[in-house]
Write a protein that binds this ligand. Structure first.
Ligand code: GTP
Length: 359
């Protein structure tokens, strides 16, 4: 049977998420709260919606956080199986490590940190129609230099894999979602770290395997950096990024039950206010993410930034393009700008100091 319903899914969730530190010190990246639920829940809902029944999670970093939340998957309409790496095996090694759990001839594989509206059934169908060994979901981006570029020929067959290059020959990039024949997983070397992007894909091209691309124009965002995480979350809240979990929610903000927003506070640009969080009068939040229990005091301004669980932003502070770690305390009138990150629990006194580096 070639229907996607017969395919298992593998999701790679074992990365350390270093670019999202300090938030990923307490939770793995796919479990960070995103528009009301752990990020991974949006992806699992899309997988279930496409008809896939069985998901194998390849874990390494903070593995227990996933099973504690998702359990056997039944609550989410799926069967979820966990395979934990003793050492991080990289993306290819992570795929090889779950081989014994694969029950289907073709598997759909996902990076666990991509927000996308791609039609999974269409990607799978491209794979079957081409009798491909591997099919990659490719998206077109305006600046492909920071990504893995994947040119294809007239028939959609992949001609090269070019990791981050200054002069990309195509705007098609690897979107972090693939269909593999099971035999391709079997051929990945075991027992050592392997990169699917740098080792497996170039190797398949060298040995003449049938590697195809499926290009579409769907919404796509890799949530790996604070800027992208903030943008993706805002897109979910505003209904620009689709998610079955949000049931068509569309608005300038998402305020969780139990959060307190004072009259006279402004919430704009897809701002999220987590459970038990508080926003005082005169505060202005534009594209902000407040994790659970965070507190924003009167007159503070937060733009395109993430405020960790239980963190406090003091009166008239300004946080712009920054990340405030869990439980940190930013004093009154301080300014944190352009990529500044405050580590969990750090207390910055009321002094109006301006920082644009890590503290
Ligand atoms: P950075 O440290 O910020 O680069 O993030 P990351 O560790 O998540 O790495 P990257 O964004 O390149 O990973 C892409 C996807 O592969 C993510 O969903 C990761 O969770 C996953 N991943 C990365 N390395 C491993 C690994 O060693 N094992 C497993 N199972 N998954 C991995």
């Amino acid at each position: 049977m070639s229907d996607i319903v017969a395919a298992d899914a593998i999701i790679l969730v074992g990365g350390q998420g270093t670019r999202l530190r300090p938030l990923t010190l307490s939770a793995p990246k796919p479990m960070l709260p995103t528009a009301g639920v752990p990020f991974l829940q949006h992806l699992l809902a899309r997988i279930a919606e496409a008809g896939i029944k069985r998901v194998i999670l390849g874990t390494a970093y903070k593995a227990e956080v996933f099973s504690d939340y998702f359990g056997d998957g039944s609550e989410f309409g799926l069967e979820i199986v966990y395979v934990q790496e003793t050492e991080p095996m990289g993306t290819g090694g992570g795929i090889r490590n779950v081989l014994s759990k694969i029950q289907s001839d073709n598997v759909m594989i996902f990076n666990g940190d991509v927000l996308s509206g791609a039609d999974l059934k269409a990607i799978y169908q491209t794979h079957i129609d081409n009798d491909a060994d591997v099919t990659l979901h490719l998206v077109r981006v305006s600046d492909p230099r920071a990504f893995g570029c994947v040119p294809t020929d007239m028939d959609g067959r992949v001609t090269a894999f070019l990791e981050k290059t200054e002069d990309p020959p195509t705007d098609q990039i690897n979107a972090g979602c693939y269909v593999f024949k099971k035999k391709v997983v079997e051929a990945i070397p075991s027992g050592r770290p392997v990169s699917v992007e740098r080792e497996v894909f170039p190797g398949l091209l060298r040995d003449g395997s049938r590697v195809y691309g499926h290009v579409d124009m769907a919404y796509w965002k890799d949530m790996g950096t604070p800027d992208d995480f903030v943008q993706g979350s805002s897109d979910l809240v505003r209904g620009i990024a689709p998610s079955p979990v949000l049931n068509g929610h569309r608005g300038d903000s998402l305020v969780h039950p139990g959060a307190g927003v004072a009259p006279g506070a402004w919430l704009l640009g897809g701002t999220v206010v987590g459970r038990g969080a508080e926003v005082a009068a005169g505060a202005r939040l534009d594209g902000a993410i407040l994790f659970d229990g965070a507190k924003v005091e009167a007159g503070a301004r937060i733009e395109r930034s993430i405020i960790g669980a239980g963190a406090i932003v003091g009166p008239r502070a300004l946080i712009r393009d920054a990340v405030i770690g869990d439980g940190a305390h930013v004093g009154a009138r301080c300014e944190f700008l352009r990529g500044a990150r405050i580590w969990p629990g750090v207390v910055i006194p009321d002094n109006g100091v301006r920082f644009s580096t890590d503290v």
